[in-house]
Design a protein around this ligand. Sequence first.
Ligand SMILES: C[S@@+](CC[C@H](N)C(=O)[O-])C[C@H]1O[C@@H](n2cnc3c(N)ncnc32)[C@H](O)[C@@H]1O
Ligand code: SF4
Ligand code: SF4
Length: 310
Amino acid sequence: MVKSVYHELTSLCNCRCKVCNVWTVGGKGDLSQEQLTKLYTNESFKDVEDYCISGGEPTCRPDLFSVTESALDNLNKVRLLFLTTNGTNPNKAEEFLKRFKKGLELCCVSISLDGDRETHKYLRGADIYDSALETAKACARLQDKNAEVTFSMTLSNDNWNLEQLSHVLSLSKELGVGFTFRPRLHNPYFGGHFNSQLDAIPKEKRIEVARFIRDYMGTSKFMKIEAEYLENGRIPIMGSRAEGIKCSAGLTSVFINSFGDIYPCMNSANKIGDYRQGITNKTPIVGETEPCPCCSECQVYPTMIFGGRK
Ligand SMILES: C[S@@+](CC[C@H](N)C(=O)[O-])C[C@H]1O[C@@H](n2cnc3c(N)ncnc32)[C@H](O)[C@@H]1O
Ligand code: SF4
Ligand code: SF4
């Protein structure tokens, strides 16, 4: 039973990030409310508890609130709701958190920040450092036991260093919000080809970041896993191809792209269904038929929360 959905609600985006090509699709093929209702009401999704709205930039969708309301009405077991945003629409992100934290176990707004002002501007192709901070401050005021705010950083060659990591970590402490990061993935979702995202990163740079995690962020479960990944190239709870995959991608969690096509995870090119029919194909085990280069929260957390493949 699918418990966790990571949904690319739109491919619209107002940034031009170096590590992501989603913006080139420009909203073409985004599902209408009617098509989304078809998706949400499919039997395959009746047990979803964890729903992550991503994109593209979800706040670029004019109907973000009504679409989310409809998702929650239909996916009525959802208790964990996430919004990922580049922070270019502070009012909308704040309103999202205000509206949807009510009645949920947790509503979380995750704001991308890839380093200091200049680094963020370079990597995002837009001068949006101030609006990301404004979004974090506005949302931070709403934090309580049902509402969380997090800075989210993607590490690539241009910001893979302790200076940029420390900058975002310090800001997160100053504003009282969370902080998470992951290495850049190379996959079709982000407009690349399958590849291990660690291939281009020298071993000493990986070890340096693993040490940073152990020194400053060791209490986060995901970060502990990531440190091990950076050191050994394998993810403890996900297993490895040699050991047999334990990851639950395609069983308890799926990725849905902006066209409504369903995949076991964002690193897979094996389509297993679509918004019209739900999950129709027998789920292949990613890693047996295609590379399995994972280490991102949206893929690791579902296995942590809902368990892995037996
Ligand atoms: C695709 S974005 C969508 C939401 C929003 N537009 C944003 O940038 O936060 C979701 C997250 O994926 C991250 N991301 C983008 N390209 C990536 C890549 N190639 N590998 C891993 N994460 C990536 C972004 O930095 C962001 O934190
Ligand atoms: S990472 Fe987010 S902000 Fe950047 S291009 Fe991709 S979708 Fe847009
Ligand atoms: S790449 Fe996909 S199948 Fe492999 S561990 Fe990551 S989420 Fe699981």
